[in-house]
Structure formats: C-alpha cells, structure tokens
Design a protein around this ligand. Structure first.
Ligand code: PXL
Length: 264
C-alpha cells in the first residue's frame, strides 16, 4: 500500500460489525493506508450495546497529533465521538491542522438504538465540526433529528422534496456538502441525495438489496474519504462510497469448511 493515508477518528465496536473495524476493513479493500484515533471503546453485539468507554480527550488529541504531524494524511473520516469533551478536542486539533477534506458521519445512535453521542456533544458537533466538514453523511433518522429536531417516520420522509429540504437545512449548518442516505426509507429503490451550494441536487438510486448489514454508514463514509485521499472528486467519491455499501450487502461470511485438499 502506498499513497496518502486516511485518518479515521472513530469508536471501536467489539462485535466488529461497525466503527473502526468496519472503516479499516473498507479502506484495506481499497488499498488505502490508514491512521487512526480511537475515541471510545464499546462492548456490543449485533443487537445491543452493553458498555461505552470514552477515552480521555488528551489521548484522542495525542493520536490525532501523531497522525496529522506525519504530513501524509489525504483525508479524514469522523465517526463516533461519544462526548462533548471529545467533540471539542477533535474540533480544536482539526482547526490547528486545516487541509485534508473531512468526511463527517454524524453518529448519534448504534444500529441497536443506544446513544453514541451525549446531548451536549450533539450541540457541539453541529457548532464546531459541521463547519469543518467537506461532506456530512447523515442517514434519514439522523437528518430528521439534526435538520428539524424531529423523528423519522418510515414512508412519510421518503418524499424527495422532504429529503432535499432536510439536506439543504443541514447544508445551512456549515458543511460544504451533504450526502443524505436513504437506506432507512421503504421502497424498491435506495436513493441518496448529494447537495452542494449552487448546484442542482444530485440523486443516486439503485435497486434495494435484500438482507441486513451492519456498519453501512461507517463503510460509506470511510470509502468516500478513501476516494478523496486518492484525489477523486466528490461525486466520484460518493459513488465509490455507495458501491462499498452494496458490496457489504453482498458479502457472505467466509466458509469455515475444511478444504477437500487439506488432510492435515
Ligand atoms: O454505525 C454507527 C456506529 C459507529 N461507531 C460505532 C458503532 C456504530 C454502530 O453501532 O458501534 C463504534
């Protein structure tokens, strides 16, 4: 592997489905080298979170400074931040090291519904990190909450005008672009929308794939950051992110059968 690295700032998920493990697996698939700053350690299964241990902010700062001091970071992906104190330290370090594009996945809850960012952290995320982001990648429930303080109702929100309205409301909060992911809606297609100032909204739509996958938001944002680190433009990078989510749905667990030729 060579080239510029992606700095992943995220929490760990002990089940391996989401968080930092998913980010690193996605970037490894792309052959993009990684640096990381762990924000929190979580203990979880696919259906529940049993413990969240945020790291001391000074440890997060030390990891970020070590990576950013290397001068070879081509993009930054931010996932779970956990607490207001971590949001503040991350914002401070990023403000001191402007340059690499930042892809911000605004992680509020785990797929099983546990809080992964405290309420004061949500306020700080909006105020301090949204304005630093090249791209914000909320899903529909996150967008409904962050755009209008409301809850997402499946079906109702799938109207394109509503979704575009939320995306523009989020754009007005400071990021340079918003990719609003439509996977939580119902229907035969999954449609995401990219909004940027002064451009027509750009819709990406694909047939909905069967089944369940965890860590799709992590994979998408990590792949977008990987593509940006390789020098792709934002639209290409979003297409790359979507392709990695689809690959996750198609992924089958590795077979544990002993190969026929293995007689040992
Ligand atoms: O998918 C969001 C996410 C991000 N980071 C961590 C998580 C999850 C979801 O469970 O556990 C650590």
């Amino acid at each position: 592997m060579s080239g510029r690295r992606v700095l992943v700032i995220a929490g760990t998920d002990s089940s391996g489905g989401a968080g930092l493990v998913r980010d690193v697996r996605t970037l490894a698939r792309m052959n993009v080298p990684v640096a990381c700053a762990v924000t929190a350690v979580t203990a979880q299964t696919d259906s529940s979170v049993s413990s969240v241990y945020p790291l001391p902010p000074a440890e997060v700062r030390a990891q970020m400074s070590a990576a950013l001091g290397s001068g070879d970071i081509g993009a930054i992906k931010i996932g779970m931040l956990g607490t207001q104190a971590i949001v503040e330290i991350v914002a401070e370090v990023l403000t001191d090291h402007r340059g690499p594009p930042i892809v911000l996945d605004p992680v509020l809850y785990s797929s099983s519904g546990s809080s992964l960012l405290d309420p004061a952290g949500i306020v700080a995320l909006r105020r301090l990190i949204f304005p630093l982001a090249a791209l914000l990648t909320p899903n529909l429930p996150e967008a409904a909450y962050l755009a209008q303080g409301g809850h997402f109702t499946p079906g109702v929100a799938s109207a394109r005008t509503t979704v575009e309205g939320w995306a523009h409301a989020l754009l007005a909060q400071g990021p340079q672009a918003v990719l609003l992911k439509g996977g939580h809606a119902t229907g035969a297609a999954v449609a995401d929308v990219l909004v940027r100032p002064g451009c027509e909204a750009l819709w990406f739509s694909d047939r909905r794939l069967e089944g369940q996958a965890r860590g799709t938001g992590c994979a998408l944002a990590a792949a977008v950051a990987g593509a940006l680190a390789r020098g792709e433009d934002l639209e290409q990078a979003c297409r790359c992110g979507r392709a990695h989510v689809r690959a996750l749905f198609r992924e089958k667990p590795a077979s544990v059968d002993t190969p026929a030729s293995d007689t040992s």
